[in-house]
Design a binder for this molecule. Sequence first.
Ligand SMILES: Nc1nc2c(c(=O)[nH]1)N[C@H]1C(S)=C(S)[C@@H](COP(=O)(O)O)O[C@H]1N2
Ligand SMILES: [Mo]
Length: 358
Amino acid sequence: MDETSEKFISGKIVRGESPLNLEMPFEKLEAFLTPTESFYVRTHFPIPAIDRDAWWLRVEGEVEKPFAINYEQLLEFESITVPVTLECAGNSRNFLEPKVKGVQWGLGAVGTAEWTGVPLSILLDRAGVEANASEVILEGTDGGMLDDPKSPPGKLRFARSVPLKKARHDVLLAYKMNGSELPPEHGFPVRAIVPGWYAMASIKWLQRIIVTDEPFTGYYQTIDYAYWNRRAEVAELTPLTEMQIKAEIAKPAEGETVPANSSVRVHGAAWTSDGEITKVELSTDGGSTWNETNLLSEPKPNAWRLWEFNWQTPRTPGTQTLIARATDSLGRTQPVLHDADRGTYMINHLLPIQVEVC
Ligand SMILES: Nc1nc2c(c(=O)[nH]1)N[C@H]1C(S)=C(S)[C@@H](COP(=O)(O)O)O[C@H]1N2
Ligand SMILES: [Mo]
């Protein structure tokens, strides 16, 4: 697409208006925390208008004492604040060849915010989870009809599940983003934050928490946001969960012009799920040679790490291909090519950026 034909809303690239999908131009990456105004927005239905004073969150299913709480009551529980990186499972889809369906995200359907909220474990303890429980379904308020023949007839709500162990370990019911009330597009009044997982699990406009003793097989769990996993050579549709290790280059951006024979700062971010980023390498010659970059600040669990490299550009003008590659403490690194079994999700293969040296 011609870059100049791109439309912007408050500095974000419009990838869809109805439903609203906005991408951060990744070259705007500056700091560890993404300003809320710059944070990408992913919706599937119209943004629900929720009156905080009329909002209730219900906890039900395989629990001894189902209950509902309102906003004021939720705020009375002990809260924590943690930085967590959210990446849409379809981020970087516009790098796939041939072109595929779906929101054409570039590099910017990812961001890191500081989330404040109540650990889900507190509400689960209060409800008294039954011994047979295995999963927790998180349901949003938003919904509508889809024109996908594979979707259930009638109205559908956005919902996802997490294993009970994960729900107890680190899932947060967040009511603040970067120290301020959640904006409507990011899930006001309360959203889930599922650290380390692709962001489809971080349910916005949360209205119900359903504890179950069976695997949840909802539309956004098994038909959408699923991939083909092969067990004993049989392909099984498997819900997307953990983010895959990935590095992205913020600057220079695709197509940017940089001066020859000078020092140019190349920088970006890298993230993984379990473990931490231990190395980000940069190639400035299309993958022939690799240089170790500087990792900035200390690693934080479930949050990206910024990196930078001083590139001594070639004396001679021409097109150069930059590629970043991350490695984590579990020894994982990025594949060269996208695995077709992942469909249009989990896009963490090496992403070359072309720049003009002149
Ligand atoms: N209720 C609800 N929660 C949702 C969604 C949604 O459409 N409805 N989209 C999910 C997806 S796919 C992503 S990538 C993230 C995006 O969060 P953000 O808009 O705050 O960046 O929200 C997730 N939670
Ligand atoms: Mo997403």
